[in-house]
Design a protein around this ligand. Structure first.
Ligand SMILES: *[C@@H]1O[C@H](CO)[C@@H](O)[C@H](O)[C@H]1NC(C)=O
Ligand SMILES: *[C@@H]1O[C@H](CO)[C@@H](O)[C@H](O)[C@H]1NC(C)=O
Ligand SMILES: *[C@@H]1O[C@H](CO)[C@@H](O)[C@H](O)[C@H]1NC(C)=O
Ligand SMILES: *[C@@H]1O[C@H](CO)[C@@H](O)[C@H](O)[C@H]1NC(C)=O
Length: 483
């Protein structure tokens, strides 16, 4: 514990390796259970950001307003470290509200906290309402986003007289990927990174395309194999109705606003249903949350209880999907094409403008060719191959994906020469096995959060946090408190 405090209060520009030997992650974690519950109290600001970092002709010196949130409530001015959240695919307030851990940690370490919004998301639109047109969408790349953060950090440090303060980046999911990339691409600016639930391998095209939906299935299976069987059985019944083109019956069983009328509609319905299970697995937190939708506590358990609540499997499946889509209880019917968008990410793109931006990223640099097959998972066979991706992306965005580019540029699994990165993954999270699960060196540390869903560890402390994690942390704290 003393070591990590030393790390954060010295104005070193590097994490020292010695510190990383001292189980830094558990020091991060230990904070959560020592009674620090803090409100973010951020101020919303805008930064004048370069539109195109890599071509001096296209946009000249054009700029746009990039949103960021900042709080110096805990900061020891000019001296304490800077905790910088590398924003991902959405409104930055969502991430700030759901990453209370970072402010709790900042309170402990007298840190300045900044949450930066990713270009093309939320209010950080480089071309305002034209941002999602072709070719304006073309400045949406991982490289531009990283350059935004590098430039922003550098300038804000000057403005705030913080040039000597070390910067630690934080991120969850795609934001965690960005944290890793910041550390390997801009080690001159970033001293270390905490990447929570960052699937840096699977999104680089490494690994098994069946892994994601297999791991979603495993979460429901762990409630009991009968849960998995009920889901599979319900999809089987839906398939039979579809084969008989019994569209009226499908409409009434699933409370659809309009009767389906084609194989495409059935495919879409299957995608919508599968997406509900995906979201419940990802957001399987032990307390209710409002993050990427509203979820009850332990949604996987709630889903399984619903799936097993009577002998009518189809109505059980409808009600299970309703846990996610009908959390308000206000839906009178399910509108297939309004509730779910099919896109280049088979795990879902969400809705609204943010979904357009994410679809474009999934069509260019981020590989998400995951399939379900009803063998290694409980879902209907729905492939999404590299060929499917290419076809879709050239139609939708007039781009051809470059499956190898992310791996080439950000090292893929050949990370051993990087340093000062902590990769944390919850074992309930279907994204976990797309990330780094084993430590690669004394300063590239993998941590398992037992009982943890998608970046649970970034969330503020909660009395319902898994006991296993608390126990785990206590051990580490004890270890660290030894002289
Ligand atoms: C660059 O910015 C300056 C100051 O805002 C402006 O006067 C100038 O016209 C710009 N140049 C180009 C090439 O856009
Ligand atoms: C949504 O939930 C409410 C409250 O439980 C329920 O009455 C309604 O039927 C649900 N809507 C659909 C489409 O299932
Ligand atoms: C899944 O596989 C089972 C066993 O082969 C089969 O009976 C069922 O129809 C399949 N379900 C779907 C939705 O394809
Ligand atoms: C985390 O769990 C995975 C899966 O059980 C395992 O393969 C890995 O070695 C564990 N990693 C650490 C750092 O304990």
């Amino acid at each position: 514990m003393r070591k990590i405090i030393a790390l954060f209060t010295v104005t070193a520009t590097l994490f020292s390796v010695e510190v990383l030997h001292g189980l830094p992650y558990s020091s991060f974690q230990s904070i959560k259970h020592h009674g620090f519950k803090t409100e973010p109290q951020f101020t919303e600001k805008y930064f004048s950001q370069t539109q195109d970092h890599f071509n001096f002709n296209t946009m000249g010196n054009g700029t746009f307003n990039q949103r960021y949130l900042i709080t110096d409530k805990y900061w020891k001015k000019g001296y304490g470290p800077i905790f910088f959240y590398t924003g991902n695919e959405g409104n930055i307030w969502e991430f700030a509200f759901n990453s209370g851990f970072i402010t709790e940690l900042a309170a402990q370490h007298s840190a300045l906290v900044i949450f930066a919004e990713h270009r093309y998301y939320g209010k950080s639109l480089p071309f305002d309402e034209d941002s999602f047109n072709i070719p304006q969408i073309g400045l949406l790349t991982v490289e531009q986003a990283l350059a935004d953060y590098a430039v922003m950090i550098t300038e804000l440090k000057q403005q705030l007289a913080a040039t000597d303060c070390p910067v630690i980046v934080f991120g969850g999911s795609y934001g965690g990927m960005l944290s890793v990339y910041m550390r390997i691409k801009y080690p001159n600016i970033v001293a270390g990174a905490l990447a929570a639930s960052a699937p840096i391998l699977s999104t680089a095209g490494l690994g098994d395309s069946r892994q994601f939906f297999r791991d979603v299935t495993a979460d429901f299976e762990s409630f009991g194999p009968e849960c998995r069987d009920a889901v599979r059985g319900a999809f089987h019944q839906l398939k039979e109705l579809a084969e008989h083109q019994d569209y009226r019956r499908i409409q009434s069983e699933f409370s659809l606003c309009k009767p389906p009328s084609s194989a495409q509609d059935i495919h879409h319905l299957n995608g919508l249903l599968r997406n509900a299970f995906t979201m419940m697995a990802m957001l399987d937190y032990p307390y209710s949350t409002h993050f990427m939708g509203s979820m009850p506590a332990n949604p996987v358990k709630v889903a399984c209880e619903t799936m097993l609540s009577g002998s009518d499997l189809l109505s059980n499946l409808r009600n299970t999907a309703g846990i996610f889509y009908n959390s308000t209880g206000l839906l009178t019917c399910f509108d297939l094409y309004n509730l779910y968008l099919e896109c280049a990410d088979p795990t879902g793109c969400g809705l609204g403008f943010d979904s357009l931006a994410w679809d474009y990223q999934a069509c260019t640099e981020i590989n998400l060719c995951y399939e379900s097959n009803n063998v290694t998972d409980m879902f209907p066979p729905m492939a999404f191959t590299e060929t499917d991706r290419k076809l879709y992306c050239s139609k939708r965005w007039a781009v051809v994906p470059r499956p190898d580019w992310l791996k080439t540029q950000f090292w893929g699994d050949a990370l051993s020469t990087a340093s000062n990165i902590i990769f944390s993954n919850g074992d309930l999270d279907p994204w976990a096995n797309g990330g780094v699960r084993k430590s690669l060196s004394s300063s590239l540390i993998a941590v398992n959060i037992s009982g943890g869903a998608h970046h649970l560890d970034l969330r503020g402390s909660n009395d319902a946090d898994p006991v296993s994690v608390q126990r785990h942390e206590k051990q580490h704290v004890n270890q660290m408190e030894r002289p």
